[in-house]
Write a new protein. Structure first.
Length: 406
């Protein structure tokens, strides 16, 4: 009898325990998502990786320039290192010289040293560059810049103040540029040096009225030297209209006027004019795993040269290739000519962005590979008045790291 009671008691306990467990499972709240705290032993690898970097580190990849070109070399510019201060590394191997530099941006101050890109034809050495530049939006400003290969160097100090939409800046310093002996006729290799005072006033205003946004901006500057003065002003205006939530049209105009002369070639401004039309559509049309992300057209015209200087068309489609990856493909066409029409570059290409997607990341991030094909045509006039055209292929790979919107 005792044995039967024990068996019955055990069976009853098993049934009640099972029922209680089922009831508990049905009534308890859902489990929270996996922890992203770096102290949790079950934290995801992505969260652990993010904890190693400063909060804004990933956003720095937007300025990275990487490329591989069979004729112009390969390398990367401004690659961010994972430090609190914005530290960038540059290394590019050109056919005739190496480009290398390290820059740090910390507490409104830029420190940079190395040899940068030299656009002089036939260059066998990069441009030497050593710089300390403290330039907050307001307050004390100072700069020490040393460069070679006919680039400007200067030592200067000044002050900036702001009130509402306006900013006033003034500095005094000493600048020098070029090689050889001093020459009042400032040829490309003539040595130029002079103390100077530089003043600048800038300001602007942007107003949104319904689907339209209007903007007006301007800068007035002056360079004062012992033997000359140059005054210049930049004026720009833009109108952006959004016909729908997924499209915008922007028309902008930029005008620069200058009078006088500068004793330092790098500070010599001239007349310039540019008109832009930018059309952007983001329809987000979907067809299964494929979607049309954007269609863009950019147009630039020069009233001074009475000619079109830029035509650019691009379309971007997205494919969800895996839960953690998306692929953006962008066929594009670019046609650009110099204001004087002597150089015309016509290129097509296909750009591919392979993005890594994770809920722990606020953006998409991944490598970009762009294959560009086309040519540059350069016109030159001989002594007898005939015009010769030189066509140079521009086929190349451009590789970089891209930050994208989800």
């Amino acid at each position: 009898m005792v044995t039967r009671l024990r068996i019955l008691s055990a069976a009853l306990s098993l049934v009640l325990g099972t029922a209680g467990g089922l009831a508990s499972a049905q009534t308890q709240p859902p489990q929270p998502p996996p922890s992203t705290s770096p102290n949790d032993p079950n934290v995801s690898f992505t969260a652990q990786l993010l904890n190693l970097f400063s909060a804004e580190y990933l956003g720095r990849f937007g300025g990275v320039e990487g490329f591989a070109d069979s004729s112009n070399g390969y390398g990367v510019r401004y690659f961010p290192l994972p430090f609190k201060a914005d530290t960038r590394l540059t290394y590019v191997s050109h056919p005739k010289y190496q480009e290398y530099a390290l820059s740090v941006r910390y507490d409104d101050t830029t420190f940079a040293a190395g040899r940068y890109y030299n656009d002089t034809a036939g260059a066998t050495e990069g441009v030497g560059h050593l710089e300390i530049n403290h330039n907050p939006y307001t307050g004390l400003q100072y700069q020490a810049l040393l460069q070679d290969h006919n680039r400007v160097s200067q030592l200067s100090a000044g002050w900036a103040a702001a009130q509402g939409p306006f900013r006033v800046y003034a500095e005094a310093g000493y600048a020098w540029q070029g090689t050889g002996n001093y020459d009042n006729v400032k040829g490309p290799d003539g040595y130029q040096e002079s103390p100077f005072v530089h003043t600048e006033v800038s300001g602007g205003k942007s107003v949104t009225d319904g689907p339209a946004t209007y903007g007006v901006y301007g800068t007035a500057r002056g360079y004062f030297f012992p033997k000359s003065v140059q005054l210049s002003t930049d004026l720009s205006a833009s109108v952006t209209v959004r016909p729908t939530d997924y499209s915008s049209v922007t028309v902008s105009e930029f005008e620069r006027f200058a009078v006088g002369d500068s004793q330092i070639g790098a500070y010599n401004f001239g007349r310039y004019s540019r008109s832009n039309v930018d059309v952007v559509a983001t329809p987000r049309l979907n067809a299964g795993a494929l979607s049309l992300r954007s269609a863009e057209y950019h147009f630039r015209y020069s009233f001074l040269g009475s000619e079109t200087t830029l035509n650019n068309v691009a379309f971007t489609a997205r494919a969800d290739v895996a839960p953690a990856f998306v692929l953006d493909l962008t066929p594009h066409y670019d046609n650009e000519r110099s204001v004087n029409g002597l150089t015309v570059t016509s290129e097509g290409g296909v750009r591919a962005d392979l993005f890594y997607r994770n809920d722990a990341l606020p953006v998409l991030i991944g490598p970009r590979i762009d294959y560009v094909f086309g040519n540059t045509t350069t016109a030159s006039t001989a002594a007898d008045g005939t015009t010769a055209y030189t066509v140079t292929p521009t086929n190349r790979w451009i590789i970089s790291v891209k930050i994208g919107a989800k």
